[in-house]
Design a protein around this ligand. Structure first.
Ligand SMILES: Cc1ncc(COP(=O)(O)O)c(C=O)c1O
Length: 376
C-alpha cells in the first residue's frame, strides 16, 4: 500500500518551512512541560516495555474509560500511538479493496488517503454548510450499501467543530448496523464541547462502534504519542493489536506513564478547566474578529479549538494563506483547500494564549486590508 501525501500535511510542511512568527490555526490546548510531571514519575521506571499487557497499561486503560465517560470495560481498549495510529489500525484491518467506505467531508483526511491507498470505494458525504455543517443522515442512508464496510466520522468535526447529537449518532449507528458495517468516530476533540454536553461515544452506542482519541488536543500532550481505540467487538481490538505488532510494536512506555498521570482525576479536571478557559477566550477573539470583517463568516465551533471560515469572493484560501506566510505578515492560517474547500480557511484558537491569537489576527486583518486595497 502506497499512501499519497494529503493536502493538509503539505500545508503544514510548507508553513513550517516558512517559519511563521504568528499562527491562528492550531487545534491543541497549550502544551504542559515535562517538568509538570517529573516530580510524580518514578526515576527507577525501566524504559523497557511495561510488561503489563499488550493492550496498554491497565490503569491507563481504566482512566481513559473513566475520564472519557465510556461504558466499556478495559478489555475493549487498545492504547496506541495517538488517534492517528488508532485510526490507521482500524481502517487497515477492516477495509479491503472494493469495499465501500463513507467519510464525512470536510473532515479528517486520514481515512480518505488510507481508503484510496487500499483501493476501497471511498465515498464522501459533504456536510451542509448552510445548516451549520450538519451531517445529512438521509444522504448517509442512501450512500451506505451492502458493500459498505466502514463509516468514518470526525466527531467533533475537524475543521468545523460540529458535534453529532446522540439521536444523530444513534441513527448513523442504525444505518451501519443495517449492513453490518463498522462506525468509526474520531473523537479526539471530545472534552472541549462548549455547551458542556459530552460528545456521544460511538463505542457506547453501537457494538461495532469504534471510538478513537488521545491526550493530544484537550491536554496538549501531542508529543507523547499516546492515544486509544475503544470497541466492544473483541475481534476488532485483537486485529488492531495484531497490526500494531507490525507498526509501532509496543506502546511508548514513557508516554503511557505520563498519560496515566495526566488522566488522574484532579489533574485532568484542572487541565481541562485551563484548556477551556484559554480556548474560549481565544475563540471569543476570533469570533469578534470574524464578525468585524465583511470578507469572513463562520459558524463558531460547537467543540474543539478550530473552525472553518468562508471567504467572500474573490478571496481565495490558497492566495490568502500564501501571502500571509510572507513578510510583512509571517502568519500561518490554513487554506481550506487542505480539506478540498479553497473558498475557506481553517482558523484555530489552540497552541497559544490570547496575546498570540490577537497578534495573529492583527496580521490577518492587515493582510485582508492590503488585499482589499489592491483590488479596489
Ligand atoms: C481529527 C484528528 N484526528 C487525529 C489527529 C491526530 O491526533 P493524535 O495526535 O492523537 O494522533 C488529529 C490531529 O490534528 C485530528 O485533528
Amino acid at each position: 500500500m502506497r499512501v499519497e501525501m494529503h493536502a493538509l500535511f503539505k500545508s503544514f510542511l510548507e508553513a513550517h518551512a516558512a517559519e511563521p512568527r504568528e499562527s491562528v490555526v492550531f487545534s491543541m490546548a497549550p502544551a504542559p512541560t515535562l517538568g509538570e510531571f517529573l516530580g510524580d514519575l518514578d526515576p527507577s521506571l525501566p524504559l523497557d516495555w511495561s510488561g503489563k499487557s499488550f493492550q496498554g497499561l491497565p490503569s491507563l486503560r481504566e482512566k481513559i474509560l473513566a475520564r472519557g465517560g465510556f461504558r466499556s470495560g478495559p478489555g475493549d481498549v487498545l492504547v496506541t500511538a495517538g488517534t492517528a495510529e488508532a485510526n490507521f489500525l482500524a481502517i487497515s484491518q477492516l477495509v479491503r479493496p472494493g469495499d465501500r467506505m463513507v467519510v464525512d467531508v470536510p473532515g479528517w483526511p486520514q481515512p480518505l488517503v488510507l481508503g484510496e491507498a487500499i483501493g476501497a470505494d471511498v465515498v464522501r458525504i459533504r456536510r451542509r454548510e448552510a445548516e451549520g455543517w450538519r451531517l445529512d443522515l438521509d444522504e448517509l442512508e442512501s450512500l451506505v450499501t451492502d458493500r459498505t464496510r466502514l463509516i468514518f466520522l470526525c466527531n467533533p468535526n475537524n475543521p468545523t467543530g460540529r458535534v453529532l447529537s446522540r439521536p444523530e449518532l444513534e441513527r448513523a449507528a442504525g444505518i451501519a448496523d443495517r449492513v453490518g458495517a463498522y462506525l468509526l468516530c474520531d473523537e479526539v476533540y471530545s472534552g472541549l464541547e462548549w455547551d458542556g454536553q459530552s460528545t456521544p461515544r460511538a463505542a457506547d452506542i453501537y457494538e461495532r462502534g469504534i471510538s478513537t482519541g488521545s491526550v493530544s488536543k484537550v491536554l496538549g500532550l501531542q508529543g507523547l504519542r499516546t492515544g486509544w481505540l475503544v470497541c466492544r467487538d473483541p475481534s476488532l481490538v485483537l486485529d488492531a493489536m495484531v497490526l500494531r505488532e507490525d507498526t509501532s510494536e509496543i506502546m511508548n512506555v514513557l508516554g503511557e506513564y505520563v498519560a496515566d498521570l495526566a488522566l488522574n482525576e484532579d489533574r485532568y479536571r484542572t487541565a481541562v478547566e485551563r484548556a477551556r478557559s484559554i480556548g474560549s477566550a481565544n475563540l471569543d477573539r476570533i469570533d469578534e474578529f470574524v464578525a468585524s470583517r465583511r470578507e469572513l463568516s463562520w459558524e463558531r465551533p460547537q467543540a474543539g479549538l478550530i473552525g472553518f471560515c468562508r471567504l467572500e469572493p474573490p478571496l481565495d484560501g490558497d492566495e490568502l494563506s500564501r501571502i500571509l506566510l510572507r513578510e510583512p505578515y509571517r502568519t500561518f492560517v490554513m487554506s481550506g483547500s487542505a480539506y478540498g474547500y479553497p473558498d475557506h480557511v481553517r482558523v484555530g484558537a489552540g497552541g497559544s494564549g490570547p496575546d498570540g491569537i490577537s497578534r495573529g489576527l492583527l496580521k490577518l486583518g492587515e493582510c485582508l486590508d492590503a488585499l482589499g486595497e489592491k483590488r479596489s
